[in-house]
Each structure stands twice: as C-alpha cells, then as structure tokens.
Design a protein around this ligand. Structure first.
Ligand code: ATP
Ligand code: MG
Length: 287
C-alpha cells in the first residue's frame, strides 16, 4: 500500500460522502495483514529509537473522528511496543475554566512533543472548528464579541495553518488522521457497547445525542480537512469500518513519514572518540 492513496492533496475539496469507509485495498481479512502490521510496528520501534537518540525532530500524530470510530483502539494497537519514555499521549476534552481563560491553542502548545519524542493527540485543536462550530460554542470561549465575525472559521483555518507551518519549520513532523466510519457502522458499534457488559463503560448517552448531528459534523470535517491539508501537515482519510485495515493504514503512513526523515544515531567527534577509547582501556585494565 502506498500512503499517497489516502492523503488529501492540498487545495482539494473533500466530499466525505464519496469516500468509501469500507475500503481495504484488496486485503480480505485481519489474518492476511497481521504480518504487515507487525512489520510496521517493528520498523516504527527502530525508527523511534533513532528519533529519540538524535533528539532533533519530533513527530505529532493527530487523531480525529466521530465517536466509536476507533481512536483509542488505534492508538493502543499501532503504538504498542514504542518506548514509553519517548511517547506522549494527550486527550483533549471540553476545555476547563482555566483553558477558556486563554486562547484556544494555549492548551495545545503545552502538550506538544519535545524534540526526539512522538506526541499523540486524541482529539486536538481541530475540535475548535468541529464541535465548537456544530454547537455554536464560540461565545462560551470568552473571545471579545466584536472579534467574532462571520469569517471566524476561515480565520481559524488560517491560524491553524500558520501554527502548524511554524511547528514544521521548527522540526515537528505532523500527521493528521481522520478515521472515517459510516453511520451504520457507528450504530453497530454503539449497540455492541450496550449489549456487551465489558463494553458498557465505553458508551454514553451523550454519544447518541452527537449522532443526531452526524451530517453537520461530516460537513464541518470536510471543510476543515479541505482547508488545512498542507504539504507541511497533511490529512489522511482512513477508511475505518474495518479496524484491521485502519490500523494497517495508519501504521504504514507513520513508518513512511519516519523513513523520510534524515535520522541517524548521533556521531561522536574525534575528541569524544578518543575519550571513549580511554574509558574502554580503563575498564579493561581494572577490576
Ligand atoms: P471516549 O468516548 O472514547 O472516551 P472521547 O474523545 O469521545 O473519548 P469524551 O470524554 O467522550 O472523550 O468526549 C470529549 C468531548 O470533548 C467530545 O465530545 C469533544 O467534542 C469535546 N471537546 C474536545 N475539545 C473541545 C473544545 N475545544 N470545545 C468543546 N468541546 C470539546
Ligand atoms: Mg466519547
């Protein structure tokens, strides 16, 4: 599979209703792809080791999706085996009072991955042009009312683009995943959460309320994705009805992006090498 297939090219208008949610790229079953997924995870582990040792680039992976699309599961499966010391996961929920007393990127900034690390966002600043738009929450954000104009969403896309470009130019590689499920598949997954005792905790009646806004969300997603997929911070639309394919696709895209980085273990200069030799000699000659 090539990750190019799922990328949203800059300046294209996305129509989510035309993008299949059950695409599997010719693969038929989970068994068929399990080796590939394993291989990708192993590659990711090796590349992360270099990223961490080199301590220059950082990787920011953003997950956005409708409820039950599989953000949590994808994070759990695809990131399994990574070095916990080099990985930071953050979930963004309704903003707190303290967060609302700042601009909307404040809480995001605080969670950005350090150099050498992989940062995973479970939801992100994109909620600011999704749930905030669907439910018209902008007035709760304490922005001076005269600054809330009809261009507010365009303005936010451009602020987000500027922010992400800045991060890219300072060494953060950004990958953005929209996990794309169908409304029917969401219904099946909600029912499973209700029917299966061990899954009950995953269900909340608020999820059902949000489902009523499905079409509005799809519209907001496609507008946001169309306006913010850039070379420096591309969006990928991942068909998510089959979890196994979704995980394979996400892992493949991450590995591809990491392979493109000029990563290598730090090399010592002449003087440091001499010191290393001296240490070796000392170790070998003494008990
Ligand atoms: P899960 O349900 O799998 O635990 P989740 O990400 O859906 O994960 P919830 O606690 O159910 O977590 O929901 C978090 C809610 O916070 C979502 O409905 C999301 O839209 C909302 N949210 C996130 N960021 C913002 C924001 N900036 N403004 C308003 N609401 C937000
Ligand atoms: Mg939820």
């Amino acid at each position: 599979m090539s990750s190019n297939k799922l990328i949203v090219r800059p300046n294209t208008k996305v129509d989510l209703s035309k993008i299949p949610t059950d695409f599997t790229d010719g693969y038929k079953s989970e068994e068929e792809v399990s080796n590939n997924l394993e291989k990708n995870i192993q590659n990711m582990i090796n590349l992360q080791d270099k990223l961490y040792a080199e301590n220059k680039y950082s990787l920011l992976i953003i997950f956005q999706a409708m409820d039950a699309a599989g953000k949590d599961g994808t994070i759990k499966h695809v990131m399994s085996g990574l070095n916990p010391q080099g990985t930071q996961v953050n979930s963004f929920k309704q903003p707190s009072l303290e967060e609302l007393n700042h601009d909307y990127l404040w809480r995001i900034n605080k969670c950005l991955p350090e150099r050498g690390k992989i940062g995973i966002f479970n939801r992100s600043h994109y909620e600011e042009v999704l749930v905030v738009k669907v439910h018209n929450l902008i007035e709760k954000e304490k922005i001076p009312t005269e600054l809330i104009t009809k261009n507010i969403w365009q303005q936010r896309y451009s602020e987000i683009n500027g922010f992400e470009k800045y991060l890219f130019e300072n060494g953060t590689i950004i990958l953005k995943f929209f996990l794309h499920i169908s409304k029917d598949e969401q219904k099946r997954r909600f029912l499973k959460r209700i029917d299966k005792k061990s899954r009950n905790w995953k269900f909340s009646d608020a999820d059902l309320k949000e489902r009523e806004y499905w079409d509005e969300y799809q519209k907001c997603y496609q507008e946001a994705i169309s306006s913010t997929s850039k070379k420096y911070a591309p969006w990928f639309i991942i068909p998510a009805d089959h979890k196994w394919y979704m995980r394979l696709a996400v892992s493949e895209i991450i590995v591809d992006a990491m392979k493109k980085l000029p990563l290598g273990y730090p090399r010592l200069d002449e003087e440091q090498l001499k010191k290393l030799d001296a240490c070796k000699e000392k170790l070998e000659n003494k008990r």
